[in-house]
Design a protein around this ligand. Structure first.
Ligand code: ATP
Length: 321
């Protein structure tokens, strides 16, 4: 297998040539440039470690992917999608940013923003439910980030509280773009990077099931087709879950969960706030075209008082309650 890595040069170093003439050289970061610390988590094909840049002392999370395992399990495509989407989404505070990639014989390395708070799901489990103020704030940060992703032509396809990480300010950092879909591939190949020569075209995967049963949209189940509005279905599930403490569609197994989704078979627990209920009911709509648009969600009464855009990210996160 060939693992091409055309990662961008990451800095310019002033140096001198043999005649003493100043020259600029591109330098690329590598394993040796980081001090590795504790393990932050493990995925099926990866381990995420805390790390510090030896020069700048900036802290990162480095995702280490095992090449042999990825090839054996035929996941090369997903690794490439993750890298290509992250490379498209580098200028929004709500997306875990990819700074550098490099590799050695055994592993691929993704140098990412450190989300030291861990998963939103962890906080939800500890709190059982969030109050309306916290749901509004986290909902707003997630939505603002989804809007940015969609503008940049990326459908996430696996939004859920496990994939919403939190940084040291308790602000949202969305992760896990391995099952994302790029809508309008860049016209030149120069920016994107395939590790493997036989990588299949992106659209072959549009028809396969990706995501997590509880958050999967009815259109994906019915016509195996995800669209931007599929992320808004998942967003509706998340808003419901933050307030209710459990996702709206949950059953003993995946098949039963799917049955509930396509039948729109869910209920609100007693005491579920009225305005939030109205929002969720306008998001959990079977026809994706009739689901509330991002613009309409932002203007929904549930988000009254939210400043959208930059201000949302300069704000202090509410204390969880
Ligand atoms: P799988 O590959 O099985 O779907 P995953 O997507 O969770 O699992 P990873 O992306 O390798 O796999 O993440 C492993 C764990 O590391 C996760 O539980 C996550 O909470 C944690 N993690 C991932 N990225 C970061 C990050 N940037 N900062 C802090 N923790 C992270």
């Amino acid at each position: 297998e060939e693992w091409k890595d055309r990662g961008a040069a990451v800095g310019i170093q002033q140096d001198y040539d043999a005649n003493g003439k100043p020259v600029s050289r591109y330098i690329k970061k590598g394993v040796k440039d980081f001090n590795f610390g504790q393990t932050l988590g493990e995925g099926s094909y990866s381990t995420v470690l805390a790390a510090t840049d030896r020069q700048t002392l900036k802290e990162y999370a480095i995702k280490v992917l095992d090449k042999r395992h990825i090839i054996k399990e035929k996941k090369v495509k997903y690794v490439n999608i993750e890298k290509d989407t992250l490379n498209r989404l580098t200028d929004h505070p709500g997306v875990v940013r990819l700074y550098y990639t490099f590799q050695d014989e055994r592993s691929l390395y993704f140098v990412l923003d450190l989300a030291s708070g861990g998963e939103l799901l962890g906080f939800l489990k500890r709190m059982t439910t969030f109050d309306e103020e916290c749901t509004r704030f986290y909902g707003a940060q997630i939505l603002d980030t989804v809007e940015y992703m969609h503008r940049r032509g990326v459908i996430h396809r696996d939004l859920k509280p496990e994939n919403v990480l939190l940084d040291d300010n308790m602000h949202v950092k969305i992760t896990d773009f391995g099952t994302a879909k790029i809508l309008d591939p860049p016209n030149t190949g120069s920016g994107s990077s395939a590790f493997q020569p036989d990588a299949a075209p992106d659209n072959t995967r549009a028809s396969s099931f990706v995501g997590t049963a509880e958050y999967v949209s009815p259109e994906l189940l019915a016509d195996k087709n995800a669209c931007k509005a599929s992320d808004l279905w998942a967003f509706g599930c998340i808003i419901y879950q933050l307030l209710a403490g459990r996702p709206p569609f949950k059953a003993g197994n995946e098949y039963q969960t799917f049955q509930k989704i396509v039948a729109l078979d869910y209920e609100f627990p007693r005491g579920f706030p009225e305005v939030a209920r109205d929002l969720v009911e306008r998001l959990l709509v079977l026809d994706p075209q009739r689901r509330l648009s991002i613009e309409h969600i932002k203007n929904h009464q549930f988000f009254d008082g939210i400043t959208w855009g930059r201000g949302l990210w300069q704000q202090k996160a509410p204390r969880l309650k």
